[in-house]
Design a protein around this ligand. Sequence first.
Ligand SMILES: Nc1ncnc2c1ncn2[C@@H]1O[C@H](COP(=O)(O)OP(=O)(O)OP(=O)(O)O)[C@@H](O)[C@H]1O
Ligand SMILES: [Mg+2]
Length: 303
Amino acid sequence: MVTEADHENHKHLDGINLDYFVQVQNNLKAEMKDTLILMDKEIKSLDLPEELEKILMEFSFEVINIGCSKAKVLRLSNIEQTFYLKINKVDSIFDLEKEKTILEWLSKKLEVPEVIYFGKKNEMAFLLISEIQGKVSHFVGSDAEKRKNIRILAEGLRKIHSVPIVSCPIDNSPDKLMQMAKDRLEKGNIDTSQFDTRWSDISPEELLKEVTRIKPDEYDLVFSHGDYCLPNILIKEGNLSGFVDWSWGGINDRYFDLAAVIWSIGYNYGEEWVKYFFEDYGIENFDWNRLKFFQILNEFFQQ
Ligand SMILES: Nc1ncnc2c1ncn2[C@@H]1O[C@H](COP(=O)(O)OP(=O)(O)OP(=O)(O)O)[C@@H](O)[C@H]1O
Ligand SMILES: [Mg+2]
């Protein structure tokens, strides 16, 4: 957003197109920070619910380009505070209402953002949350930092998996997910272009048969993050500062998260780093067949 202060600071440039100047400056900042600052008319086009618009009156808006889902994520700040706003379709599989529910349930149990506002307008859902400070765990400067981060990631996941599931409001247990996968397939909602190269030439129908064939006899149900990949874990001054991105949080099998973090460590740090995660999380006898089941199951929930 171009603020009064921006105009004030650049008064001496009268005669040239100030908006253009500020936009160029903003674009430069954006390239540096993986963000893009929104202009007033772009903020209007977000079509925020009235109550939310009131809360955010004096805030500047930046689009965050980290993360790989379809949710739009904005960083909002004024002189006093910073919030994050997530916007997505109400019927998205990255369900912001579920994220709100799980965040409220997790408050005081884990280091997670506080829910400031949740609302819907014109088939869109809006979730405003507080900031978790720190830097995303895939931004690393050295191998030593990678090694330290892996320890933090492992301890973080252990902590999440030890939250008691008794009163957990969201059930993402694998049998339920299998049923959801079938329903999505019947409705033609599976995006095969996102499939891993290992099964990119297999039809989703065949893949569903395969996942049914290799289904484990029993599950190891825990409280699960649901998308435990490196951009969702924040680290500040060498310590865990918190976990974000909870739209798939709930009761699930331990290997659902292990599949995500193993993939993410390999992708961001390199395959050779995965063994340290096994060490730090404390996994002996890793069950690769079980991992494959969850890797395939996950393919039915890409968007
Ligand atoms: N509360 C927060 N505090 C600090 N950073 C945040 C917060 N929420 C989001 N972020 C930043 O924005 C990025 C994207 O947000 P998030 O992970 O919630 O969404 P996503 O991965 O795009 O979407 P989805 O929920 O649909 O999977 C995060 O990786 C993180 O860098
Ligand atoms: Mg994310």
